[in-house]
Design a protein around this ligand. Structure first.
Ligand SMILES: [Zn+2]
Length: 80
C-alpha cells in the first residue's frame, strides 16, 4: 500500500485560507481543528470559548459593579 502522498492532497490541493490555523507563538501551521500547536504545544484560543468567557466575565463585572454600588449606598460612612 502506498500511503505516502495522502497529505499532499489536503495541503496543496485546495488552498483554503480558513482551513488551518497559524500559531501566534511559533508561526507553525496547524489543522483548523487543532486545539494545540503541533510545533510548540501552545493552546490555541477557541473563539466559542472566548465568547462565552467574555460574556461570563462581563456579567460578573456588571454584577460586581452592582454590588459595589449597593454597598456604597449602604455604607454612608465612607461618603466623605
Ligand atoms: Zn506554535
Amino acid at each position: 500500500m502506498e500511503n505516502g502522498h495522502d497529505d499532499e492532497q489536503g495541503a496543496a490541493g485546495a488552498a483554503s485560507t480558513s482551513g488551518d490555523k497559524r500559531c501566534a507563538w511559533c508561526g507553525a501551521r496547524n489543522p483548523a481543528g487543532a486545539e494545540r500547536c503541533q510545533q510548540c504545544n501552545a493552546a490555541f484560543p477557541n473563539p466559542e470559548v472566548d465568547a462565552a468567557l467574555q460574556r461570563d466575565s462581563e456579567e460578573r463585572i456588571a454584577e460586581a459593579l452592582d454590588v459595589l454600588a449597593s454597598q456604597k449606598r449602604r455604607r454612608p460612612w465612607r461618603g466623605r
